[in-house]
Ligand binder design. Sequence first.
Ligand code: NDP
Length: 492
Amino acid sequence: METYRNYIGGKWVESVSANRTENKNPANVDDVLGVVRLATREEAARAVEAASEAARSWRQTPAPARGRIVARFARLLEENKEDLARLLTREEGKTLSESRGEIQRAANVADFCAGEARRMNGETIPSELPSNFAYTIKQPHGVVAVVTPWNFPVAIPVWKIAPALVAGNTVVFKPATNTPATAARIVALFAEAGLPAGVLNLVLGSGSDAGDEIVNHRAVRAVSFTGSNGVGVKLYEQCARRGVRVQCEMGGKNPVIVLEDADMNLAVESTVQGAFGSTGQRCTATSRAIVVDRVADNFIERMIARAESLRIGDGSDPSTEMGPIVDAAQFRSVLQYVDIGREDGASLVCGGGPADGAGLRKGYFVKPTIFAGVTPDMRIAREEIFGPVLSVMRVRDFEEAMQVANDSEFGLSSSIFTNDAARIFRFVEEIETGMTHINSPTTGGEAHVPFGGIKSTGIGDFEQGSTALDFYTELKVVYVDYTGRKREGNLY
Ligand code: NDP
């Protein structure tokens, strides 16, 4: 059985740690993929030092040359797509088609970032003084820490590592403890693409130990994080004390609004996709359906029929439409929210327990679950569940729908189903989310379009698209005086 290794200073090194965990297939816990030795603090610090040693020559490598390596990585991702998709499905549980989609998204992001390497332009600014001008240049921070969750263990690391490298930073990558295999494969492909030793380092360790060591290491100048609000806010506080830049993409409680004139088939199919795709374990998953009274019964009835028809199973079976929950802790947490929903008085109209049919007993399978009669004060309407659980809330009209949709601490994604142009534009203007969709699911994005949230979902710059490199570069302003004389007058 494979024991995963850290990648430090261009070498695969086994951890000396006695602290181990097994990497299990969530669709069948008897299938053990490998063993993780959770890196010690000393090993994590060594990875930061390796990144620090490589920083000078990497920042001096011309950006287009850095971009060529990232482009080569994109090709390797595509060439290895099938193998990597199977590994991702076995490790995280999503269906094979979802895995293939995630890997293609990662390749697209890497391609986009490689192109950005030729566009790291600054500005030239004319002066108010004769024979003077100013210009700006974009420079890397130095060592960047990339801390990622398990739900998109290929795409999220790539959409952080690729722009960090293109911008000239070196990276210490700390993936989630329960997705070490895909993390190691990504790093191996970056190495194969030609990254010099020390430019990208991998530490497989627990967040509270190795992660904490990396984030708080004095050589780390920026931290990019995706995950829970609890951890993100803690990292933000820690980094603020050292004046280190932070980018956090955290939870969501994404609403879909369905108005009386909505195309009901489209609204139902899109909500099924948004709520139950990737087993609801997406930060952009639809978790609240806010439906006007007149069409609510029809919406709920159709949603139940579609949810009950979903084929649940091992993601490696091509007929599976919804895979398992990622691990035992998340499985318990999702089922606990089902109990909370019941206790708070919501009416459970679909699912609501483990899916335990033939072939499902050895995995963390949960039935697609729908609660009706949910009110805005209930915990299932306010807290991120991160599983296939949808809360349906009835409202009188568009005005109340907007008020309920915005009554959330989160602000990641949203969508509306209507053909009324005036309401669509009011929705776009007033909805408090970083991304929004019209007549399509709350999920999904494109590699060349910015991605991020507002309110308590997001801290710092958006990721990807035109904003991909913002977080990974700092600006330097240069004044040039070619008069050869002492400056006349004052510049304030
Ligand atoms: P966490 O926020 O717990 O973990 C995310 C990453 O941070 C992991 O790599 C974790 O390591 C690491 N980490 C944890 N503590 C520290 C620390 N003190 N210092 C440095 N790094 C740390 O998310 P989970 O993956 O456990 O998921 C839990 C919840 O987070 C979900 O239920 C969901 O609500 C939310 N989530 C949101 C996502 C989003 O995209 N918005 C994505 C994934 C999760 P380790 O794995 O070792 O704990």
